[in-house]
Design a protein around this ligand. Structure first.
Ligand code: PLP
Length: 363
């Protein structure tokens, strides 16, 4: 049989802690495509690739960290896990908990979770509670629950999550032969920018603890993008009522705030804000010019490089990898609106070949 990708723990065993490998719970996460995006290269004057994380088992990058977090919990004999979530963490936690035979409790902000993600968590049998509050309130409650009750917290404040998610950086280097010049991605709770930076540093041999030979000769500048209505790191203070259509990054007080600042500063990178309008433009360019359908938050990195290119801040010919974090089917309603916000209409036609050819303007 041809080689099948075995999931990130088996593929990167030597670079992951031993305690996540005692009882491996995997759904085959990772091994996602790095897709050249000539349309974005043309728009930015750079050489742009997309790391398409919607191709993971539950259709977001969260699965990379969930395999390690749930495996670690399973190795310790845990029976119940809990997470706060804007949606994708709950979908992923619910799936991996099911595979491990565990109970999964999920706290989500009331009414602010996309339908696709809610369906996933429910389909996988999570005990889902809609909390009267935002994501930040949910995370505080989940942390307290895990302190006071026999429940394991699987949010990205759990270091096992970061360990799994760093494999995204390994895969980029494995595909390109070295680190890119720039790595761009959306920033919400800031676990992913923390994880990518850790992965790039480890692959370049820059972590003190490792005896493994370096794989990369350098590290990229990390470019993080927050939504303008939820941009605490850009503003320098928490946002008490974060707002954005990009619900996956609607977070006012990121748990990995300091680590994100470290990644930005030690990599020579930046963290800036993009508006919802810029996010939707990037979302549409991705689907209609590149061929990749993402959820709105996932377009923030692309919106960011387009904005910086317009300001002349993208070096010509730079090799840029942008993580597009989750699949468009998670939150498909955005595809059914035009740029001015009105609903897309589709043409009706009789089942007559001439009428159809006319409607398609083939005549
Ligand atoms: C979780 C998530 C993010 C934000 O990642 P952080 O690690 O919280 O910064 C962005 N996009 C999608 C689709 C997500 O699910």
């Amino acid at each position: 049989m041809a080689h099948q990708w075995r999931g990130v723990i088996a593929e990167y065993a030597e670079r992951l802690p031993e305690h996540v490998q005692r009882r491996v719970i995997t759904l085959g996460e990772g091994g996602t495509p790095l897709v050249p995006a000539p349309a974005l290269s043309a728009l930015t004057g750079a050489d742009v690739f997309l790391k398409v994380e919607g191709m993971n088992p539950t259709a977001s990058f969260k699965d990379r960290g969930m395999t390690t977090a749930i495996s670690s919990a399973a190795g310790r004999g845990a029976k119940v896990v809990v997470c706060a979530s804007t949606g994708n963490t709950s979908a992923s936690a619910a799936a991996y908990a099911t595979a491990a035979g565990m109970i999964c409790a999920v706290l989500v902000p009331d009414g602010k979770i996309a339908m696709g993600k809610l369906s996933q968590a429910i389909a996988h049998g999570a005990r889902l509670l809609q909390v009267d509050g935002n994501f930040d309130d949910c995370l505080v409650a989940a942390r307290k629950l895990a302190e006071a009750y026999p429940v394991e917290l699987v949010n990205s404040v759990n270091p096992d999550r970061i360990e799994g998610q760093k494999t995204g950086a390994f895969e980029v280097v494995d595909a390109l032969g070295d680190a890119p010049d720039i790595h761009a991605l959306p920033v919400g709770n800031a676990g992913n920018i923390t994880a990518y930076w850790k992965g790039y540093r480890e692959y370049a041999g820059l972590d003190a603890g490792s005896s493994l030979p370096p794989v990369a000769t350098r590290t990229p500048a990390m470019w993080g993008f927050q939504a303008a209505g939820s941009a605490p790191i850009v503003l320098g203070h928490p946002v008490t009522e974060p707002e954005t259509i990009a619900t996956a990054i609607r977070i006012g007080n990121p748990a990995s705030w300091q680590q994100a600042i470290d990644a930005r500063d030690t990599s020579g990178g930046l963290i800036e804000a993009v508006t919802d309008e810029q996010i939707l433009v990037a979302h549409r360019i991705l689907s209609s010019q590149v061929g990749v359908f993402v959820e709105p938050a996932s377009a923030a990195g692309v919106a960011g490089i387009l904005a910086l290119a317009a300001q002349g801040r993208v070096p010509a010919g730079a090799r840029i990898v942008v993580t597009v974090t989750g699949h468009g089917l998670k939150d498909p309603q955005w595809a059914l609106r035009t740029a001015d916000g009105s609903e897309v209409t589709t043409m009706r036609v009789s089942a007559d070949v001439v009428a159809i050819a006319d409607a398609l303007e083939l005549g």
